[in-house]
Design a protein around this ligand. Structure first.
Ligand SMILES: [Zn+2]
Length: 103
């Protein structure tokens, strides 16, 4: 299926491509290994269950937020955000390639 493609994170700030899940008390819960479709494959380093988490870039600590500036705290919202970012990146790539061809 087309939407079973792996979803890749690219930090809009530092370009890093690893996400970690952070708990309420700012402890690192775990990192994300891979996202395919709507399945998140976590790294085998889960410290504990945490009811409320948010996601950030491992490299620079950029916190992933929705359009309203709220921290994304749900796997599905995270995946929707990632998909939107990927679409934006693809669109940008296409524009810059077109410019190169024309220039
Ligand atoms: Zn970053």
């Amino acid at each position: 299926m087309d939407n079973e493609k792996e979803i890749v994170f690219k930090c809009p700030v530092c370009g890093g491509n690893a996400i970690e899940a952070i708990g309420n008390n700012a402890e690192v819960i775990t990192g994300i290994k891979k996202i395919v479709g709507y399945d998140i494959e976590w790294l085998p380093t889960i410290i504990g269950e945490c009811p409320e988490i948010y996601y950030q870039c491992v490299k620079c600590g950029y916190i992933i937020q929705d359009n309203q500036g709220r921290k994304i705290s749900d796997d599905e919202d995270l995946i929707d955000w990632l998909k939107e970012e990927m679409t934006k990146r693809t669109a940008l790539n296409m524009v810059s390639k077109k410019d190169e061809a024309n220039g």
